[in-house]
Design a protein around this ligand. Structure first.
Ligand code: TYM
Length: 337
């Protein structure tokens, strides 16, 4: 991880990241994204968004969406995002995001760029023609999120790296035409845990929009349900607990989850389980996951909806203040002001 102590520079570097309130947040989101954010708060000025306008690129039930926006905010807080230090806000409450996205659609983004996006291809499969234009254009809204804040670093899971690469291209193209309006950001992904895989199919990413929730451990799953899911998780042939992504991808994934949630090195786990089988390992992993969830959910349950609404309003004001200035600068550059 890139480290920069605030004391080493009068201006701390800026972090921006976000999560869609589009499903039940899972331990993949926690390990790949949120847990990195918590650490980074010490060294950076951080902005974390609940990106609701990204969520509506696929159909959402309005009642459930409203509930999930609150839920995701509570998850940020329970994980340790500190609203006194970091800005936490709901994307749709700062209109500069969609306005800049429109401008970047016109300047900086080519259709060929969006045609390359693997997530769009994976999500739509053979149904590209009936996908929403929003789903196709979603990386441009993400670029706008990032570029509005002078972001230096974007901590994300592996699956979002391509979108940050595109953001860099868009920023460079815009700057090439109008001068240095945007900082060119860098994606940071965890060395371990950047791509947590499904519990039942280790070739597939653990995804909050998966129809089969047995593939995922949700952060709000009851601990006992989570235990069952771990015990039912697929393993590979053989019985030795060793980290081998090629030959034992399911076990490698479980070892990564254990290491990240249990705060132990993978090679230490290999030593601890030498001579023991998958059964013992999974039982202990289930204990680690249950303990993690109990802890996490105790914090989650102590946060009230009113507290969340207050934090989101204060975050909105702080975000709006930064974003509106950058947008006005861009409006002038392109000649509409
Ligand atoms: P989203 O909501 O799909 O996922 C949120 C974050 O969780 C990471 N993640 C994972 N990490 C490890 N293993 C997994 N199985 C896993 N699944 C998800 C994602 O990489 C992501 O970091 N477009 C983004 C949200 C977004 C954003 C932004 C992010 C919108 N604007 C600006 C950064 C900066 C998304 O859909 O993430």
């Amino acid at each position: 991880m890139i480290k920069q102590k605030k004391s080493e520079s009068s201006i701390a570097k800026i972090i921006f990241s976000g999560i869609q309130p589009s499903g039940n947040l899972n331990i993949g989101n926690y390990i790949g994204a949120i847990s990195q954010w918590v650490e980074m708060q010490k060294d950076y000025d951080c902005i974390f968004s609940i990106v609701d306008y990204h969520a509506i690129t696929v159909k959402q039930n309005p009642e459930i969406l409203r509930k999930r926006i609150i839920e995701v905010t509570k998850i940020y807080l329970a994980a340790g995002i500190d609203p006194q230090k970091s800005i936490i806000f709901q994307q749709s409450t700062v209109p500069a995001h969609t306005e800049l996205a429109w401008i970047l659609n016109c300047y900086g983004t080519h259709i060929a760029d969006l045609n390359k996006m693997t997530q769009f291809k994976d999500k739509t499969g053979d149904n590209k023609e009936s996908a929403s234009v929003g789903l196709y254009d979603y990386p441009v809204l993400m670029a706008s999120d990032i570029l509005l804040y002078g972001t230096d670093v974007v901590p994300v899971g592996e699956d979002q790296k391509q979108h940050v690469e595109l953001t860099r291209d868009i920023a460079r193209r815009f700057n090439g035409e109008f001068g240095p309006a945007f900082k060119v950001p860098t994606a940071v992904v965890r060395k371990e845990g950047a791509r947590i895989m499904s519990l039942l199919d280790p070739t597939k990413k653990m995804s909050k929009s998966d129809d089969n929730q047995n593939n995922c451990i949700s952060l709000l799953d009851s601990p006992e349900n989570a235990r069952k899911k771990i015990m039912r998780a697929v393993t590979d042939s053989g019985s030795d607990v060793v980290y081998d992504v090629e030959n034992k991808p399911a076990l490698a994934n479980l070892l990564t989850i254990y290491a990240q949630l249990g705060i132990r090195q993978v090679n230490r786990l290999e030593r601890d389980y030498a001579g023991k089988g998958y059964g013992d390992f999974k039982k202990d992993l289930a204990d680690v996951v249950v303990k993690f969830l109990e802890n996490f959910q105790a914090k989650y349950n102590a946060i009230s909806d009113d507290e969340v609404l207050e934090i989101l309003e204060s975050g909105r004001q702080r975000a709006e203040n930064i974003a509106s200035k950058k947008l006005e600068e861009v409006r002038k550059l392109i000649g509409v002001r």
